[in-house]
Design a protein around this ligand. Structure first.
Ligand code: CP
Ligand code: NVA
Length: 310
């Protein structure tokens, strides 16, 4: 049965029920089919989404903007540096004002608390387009891509090799909700946030997923369905880049690592990639890579989210 998600914000996959996650994935499948068939579908006619960006973006910005257009609505790009936020207006007051104009807000920011404050003080649904802590739209799209490629999610084994960052956290939450096993393999000192790990394990207890931490990439990739990686230095960590390259050299997704994995293993990356660092050209452009299908599916999954909550 359909779950009513109108007016609901998407801050973290941890806040969603398993039914809501499945509904987003099922809706994305229908919307993707409609778009491939050239069918016009305008459930958001007359609705406006404001998109606040405090960090750069290619995929999130363009896929959300195109998503709103394809759903018959309108998207406003709001560079945080050009808003009064830059001059000290609070998130709370910004939220109160934006709710008077907009039907929904998507925000990409540093502090996760900014998203929580927009939800608290605003009156319209808020979609988290990435914070330092989480990237739920990415992980929901990734679940959709994995289901498309493997036919199911429960029981699938994904190993994430690299920084225990926002993408790793959302993949842990996503896997936990749908019964997909997620192992995060990071160098010492770069493991996922322990509180996120604890919450994901609690969610996983409901679905039979195993959420684990591992320290040896060569051993961790044995017998998995998916190898996933992301940049070693996320947006805002640029000054740590050199130090991180040294710490992460054993965690590169390259051909020697792939040689330890199954012959049908799939390789994923949320992009943008730092080619030659966390992933080599040979792997990124090789037969196991599904990174551009992943990027495309951001559009379909975000259309599903927008059409359900707005
Ligand atoms: N994966 C992702 O969110 O890409 P952008 O930073 O380009 O939006
Ligand atoms: N972890 C990366 C993801 C980019 C989509 C970052 O936050 O920069």
């Amino acid at each position: 049965m359909a779950v009513d998600m109108k007016g609901k914000s998407l801050v973290s996959i941890h806040d969603l029920t398993r039914e809501e996650v499945n509904q987003i994935l099922d809706t994305a499948h229908i919307l993707k089919m409609k778009q491939k068939l050239g069918e016009i579908y305008h459930p958001l006619r007359g609705k406006t989404l404001g998109m606040i960006f405090q960090k750069p973006s290619t995929r999130t910005r363009i896929s959300f903007e195109v998503a709103m257009w394809q759903l018959g609505g309108y998207a406003l790009f709001l560079n945080a540096g050009d808003l009064q936020l830059k001059r000290g207006e609070t998130i709370a007051d910004t939220a109160r004002v934006l709710g008077r104009y907009l039907d929904g807000i998507m925000i990409r920011t540093f502090a996760h608390q900014d998203v929580l404050d927009l939800v608290k003080y605003g009156t319209v649904p808020v979609i988290n387009g990435l914070t330092d802590l989480l990237h739920p739209c990415q992980a929901l799209s990734d679940l959709f891509t994995i289901k498309e490629k493997k036919g199911c999610l429960a029981g699938i084994k994904l190993v994430y090799i690299g920084d225990g960052n926002n993408v790793a956290h959302s993949l842990m939450f996503g896997g936990a909700k749908v019964g997909m096993h997620v192992t995060v393999c990071s160098p010492a000192g770069f493991e996922p946030n322990p509180e996120i790990f604890r919450l994901a394990q609690a969610d996983a207890a409901q679905t039979g997923a195993r959420i684990e931490i591992h320290d040896d990439p060569l051993a961790a990739v044995k017998d998995v369905d998916i190898i996933y990686t992301d940049v070693w230095a996320s947006m805002g960590q640029e000054e740590e880049h050199t130090r991180r390259i040294e710490a992460f050299t054993r965690h590169q997704v390259n051909e020697s690592l792939l040689a330890q994995a199954r012959s049908d293993v799939l390789v994923m990356h949320c992009l943008p990639a730092h080619r030659g660092e966390e992933i080599t050209d040979a792997v990124m452009d090789g037969p196991h890579s599904i990174v551009f299908d992943q990027a495309e599916n951001r559009l379909h999954v975000q259309k599903a989210i927008l059409s359900l909550v707005m």
